[in-house]
Write a protein that binds this ligand. Structure first.
Ligand code: ADP
Ligand code: MG
Length: 621
């Protein structure tokens, strides 16, 4: 069985290379390392500048990509070319986003409601994975500039509530940025590591209950963790993805506007004034974290804010976070007094009033000694150091050396258990059929890091047969992976509507030397760009073909209800899509998908199609 230490040792080319910790945040991102001399975690920064890199991406007309502080100013000047909060889109379908009522200034593409979201920029389409990869590439480049050495390995943090697809998307983003993502860890776990809670716990056999309160720029998360024997378990999470320091700023702007008799309509018309006030509001808020009165001027407008006034303004916002805390405790089956440790995370917890309220709620002092906007990255760096095998005090658990997954439409690798997952481990995911009346499904199991299964190693294959005849997209086949403590993988497939099932046992480790594992890992990094491009193209083709099929089916059923004009337009759009699919240009395919959707949307809404509405979300096999 592979151990993490062996894994690192086999990466012999970069034996001494530093592994970095990355906090990929909604508002700000940063990199941290364990300092080789002091052995303490530190956030990387250039001389005299902040360690924080705003998670903002600007695309100029010439096709250049600018990330960070420099990109932030374009949020106002050129909002349609500037992307922020890309993290909110990770692993999301258009339908998810719609339900959340996302309001973003840039253009999000709706191409069939169960497809993953994309962002349109000029005539190019970007997935959230690509967008996040731009931020990660910038962080990598900065780290290399500061450390004067190549940086290719990282631990990246994600919110505890991120699902499988969102975690995989984050891994892919790392890979695309040229990073080998050794581990994805939860943000609250990272923050707890930065406070050394795991080390403190090792002396006892008692579990420790921890609440991590994370109030950032635009999001709030509360996580309840249980720590035992150095292992963190997430008991519950809650939060609000549209609540954070930005709302404090807005409340201050509204307060000043009211005091100066400026109406909200006037403010929305005068964006220069609104922007000026917003900048001053954030400055006031930050200033009042260490003072009692803020006084400044904007042109001839006098701006005053006391600490007391700020507290009154944000009280309703803090009250909302308390409701989330209550619910998280309830879901974990605990009460506030059961929590032994409260950890503060996120820039907005610097406001003393926030700390007081949280401390009152849990009835104890909060942990706030570590810089709250760096704490998550610092914890990721500690985890990275453990993975590098530097920290001999920490037990290394058995892990999977390579990712395990199955083949989906177009020969793509769909990972169920990522590499470096702890053993034992299990995962399952639902799939559906590609064609109408498909009676069997071939489940092909692969191991490796490449995006196309042909570049990975085939472990096993079996057919799930006797699937009752149904239209494509209706059967629900659940594929389950279970690796037991001995590293044996059990793969099962079950059609949930009919109950038919089948399973197979494989030994993933068999006949694979450390050298082969190493080669497979290196290959995946060298080929990341072309792999991901090919995956995007294959996905676009599959999506296009699927849309053509469902449109055709729809037309057969409803031809009589369509006008001649609609028929002609649809036929033309279908032909254009068909032609686009034959070319190697994913953007063109997306454009034609969008065009066909635009043509069919009016009449599809008129005649709700059962088959389309009832088809399940999910990848096709
Ligand atoms: P995220 O996790 O969403 O990327 P951060 O943890 O970096 O965000 O938090 C950013 C927020 O913290 C911003 O709203 C910023 O105004 C706020 N903030 C930063 N410093 C302070 C401070 N000293 N007092 C109050 N709020 C602050
Ligand atoms: Mg954060």
């Amino acid at each position: 069985m592979a151990k993490i230490a062996i894994n690192i040792a086999t990466g012999s080319l970069q034996k001494e290379e530093m592994i970095v910790g990355i906090d990929l945040g909604t508002t700000n991102s940063l990199v941290a390392i364990i300092h080789p001399e002091t052995k303490q975690p530190i956030a990387l920064r250039e001389h005299n500048s902040s360690s924080l890199v705003p998670s903002v991406i600007y695309f100029d007309e010439a096709g250049n990509v600018i990330v960070g502080e420099e990109a932030k100013k374009y949020l106002e000047i050129s909002p349609e070319r500037t992307i922020y909060s890309a993290k909110r889109l990770m692993g999301k379908t258009y339908q998810d986003i719609q339900q959340e009522g996302q309001l973003l200034a840039y253009q999000i593409i709706d191409d069939g409601t169960d497809q993953l979201v994309k962002v349109k920029m000029g005539d190019r389409f970007y997935s959230p994975v690509e967008l996040s990869s731009f931020i990660l590439a910038e962080l990598k480049q900065r780290a290399e500039h500061i450390l004067k050495t190549p940086v290719t390995k990282a631990v990246i943090t994600v919110p505890a509530y991120f699902n499988d697809a969102q975690r995989q998307a984050t891994r892919d983003a790392g890979k695309l940025a040229g990073l080998d993502v050794l581990r994805i860890i939860n943000e609250p776990t990272a923050a707890s590591l930065a406070y050394g809670l795991d080390r403190a716990n090792q002396a006892t056999t008692e579990p420790q209950l921890i609440a991590v309160y994370d109030l950032g720029g635009g999001t709030f998360d509360i996580s309840i963790l249980r720590l035992l024997d150095g292992v963190f378990e997430v008991l519950s999470t809650n939060g609000n993805t549209f609540l954070g320091g930005d709302d404090f700023d807005r409340a201050i702007v509204a307060h000043w506007a009211q005091a100066a008799n400026i109406s909200l309509q006037e403010l929305s018309r005068n964006s220069l004034l609104a922007q000026g006030l917003r900048v001053k509001a954030e400055a006031a808020k930050i200033y009042l974290s260490g003072a009692d009165v803020f006084e400044d001027k904007l042109n001839d407008l006098s701006l005053v804010l006391t600490k007391k006034e700020l507290e009154t303004l944000i009280e309703p916002l803090i009250a909302k976070t308390m409701v989330c805390c209550k619910q998280a405790l309830k879901d974990a089956g605990l009460s506030a007094s059961d929590i032994q440790t409260v950890v503060m995370v996120g820039g907005s917890t610097r406001t003393p009033f926030v700390k007081h309220r949280v401390s009152d709620f849990f009835g104890k002092l909060v942990h706030d000694a570590v810089n709250p906007d760096e704490v998550v990255a610092l914890g990721a760096a500690i985890q990275a150091d453990v993975l590098a095998g530097h920290n001999k005090d920490i037990l290394l658990l058995d892990i999977t050396p390579l990712s395990l997954g199955i083949e989906t439409a177009g020969g793509l690798m769909d990972v169920l258990i990522p590499r470096n997952a702890k053993i034992p481990s299990k995962a399952s995911r639902q799939y559906t059929t590609q064609v109408d009346g498909q009676g069997s499904m071939r489940i092909s199991v692969f191991q490796g890091e490449r995006d196309l299964v042909k570049d990975n190693r085939k472990l096993a294959e079996f057919n799930l047969i006797n699937i009752p005849g149904m239209p494509a997209g209706l059967p629900k086949v659940e594929v389950g992976f279970l690796i037991n403590a001995d590293g044996i993988l059990m793969v099962s497939a079950k059609e949930l509507r009919s109950g038919i099932e089948q399973s197979i046992e494989v030994k993933p480790q068999l006949g694979l030397s450390d050298d082969q594992v190493e080669k497979m890992l290196l290959d995946s990094i060298t080929h990341a760009k072309e792999d991901i491009a090919l995956r995007a193209l294959t996905e676009a083709r599959t999506e296009g073909e699927q849309l053509l099929q469902s449109t055709e089916r729809f037309l057969q059923k409803n031809a009589s209800v369509l006008t001649k004009e609609e028929m002609l337009q649809t036929a033309a759009a279908m032909q254009a899509l068909q032609m686009a699919i034959t070319l190697d240009n994913k953007d063109l395919i997306h454009e034609k998908i969008e065009a066909l959707n635009d043509v069919s949307r009016p009449y599809a809404e008129r005649i709700m199609d059962e088959a389309i509405a009832g088809a399940m979300k999910g990848k096709k096999i």
